[in-house]
Design a protein. Structure first.
Length: 231
């Protein structure tokens, strides 16, 4: 999806530090006046209320903020405003927080030390549906392997009462992704599905194009998070 740098974007900040919120408001306004902070909350309860009142496009959420029952609040934020994108902000890189940010559907996971121009780019990209959190995972090969295994182990925790998700993939493409999640090579997938190696490659190319991802691992992380495959 194309990023429209001229489009006004409403942003909600949930952070317990007034000085940080004020600095962020000033810095974003100076860097890109179209990125508008329409609301601020010092705790999770107020943040959830403001999300319903203001329906922002993006929420910048402090991972350590009080009153949100941990990062599970991401799921509640997205339930209140279905098309919202949540960017988790943290003072230090924490693999456990990153894992739960992925599990509950965050679009990005960033350090508070991020440069403002890069933060503007992150906000713009998540606002059009990109999941930059995959980049955080893929930068850590050991964590990427752990995340995939953990998602398979947690498959039974899927909320079966939730509304079914739209899957932009064909049944064959989902089957290919399922094999990839289990660690199968292209040749092994071809043999198991009784198709040619080239057909497997064509399916993978189609999957990456539809999901707007760059490689097999990103596609699997995305599909696991959406509940399309269980591993």
């Amino acid at each position: 999806m194309e990023i429209d740098s001229g489009e006004l974007l409403a942003i909600l900040v949930i952070d317990d530090q007034p000085l940080f919120r004020a600095g962020l408001r000033h810095a974003l306004s100076a860097a890109d006046p179209t990125l508008q902070i329409v609301g601020e909350a010092a705790n999770g309860r107020d943040g959830l209320q403001l999300v319903e009142e203001l329906a922002p496009a993006v929420v910048l959420l402090n991972a350590e903020v009080e009153g949100l029952d941990g990062l599970e609040a991401i799921r509640e934020l997205k339930r209140r405003v279905s098309n919202i994108s949540v960017v988790v902000m943290t003072t230090r890189d924490d693999e456990e927080k990153l894992f739960y940010a992925i599990k509950y559907g965050a679009a990005a996971y960033i350090l508070k030390s991020i440069e403002i121009p890069e933060l503007c780019r992150v906000i713009r990209r998540v606002a059009v549906g990109e999941y930059l959190i995959n980049d955080s995972v893929l930068a850590k090969p050991v964590l990427a392997s752990k995340v995939l295994k953990s998602f398979r182990d947690l498959a039974e925790e899927v909320d079966h009462d939730a509304e079914p998700l739209y899957i932009p993939l064909s049944s064959r493409e989902v089957q290919v992704l399922d094999f990839i999640a289990k660690g199968n090579s292209n040749k092994e997938i071809a043999r198991a599905m009784n198709i040619s190696d080239q057909t497997v490659k064509n399916h993978i190319t189609s999957i990456m194009r539809k999901l707007a991802v760059n490689d097999r691992t990103q596609a699997v992380v995305y599909a696991l998070r959406q509940g399309w495959i269980k591993g």
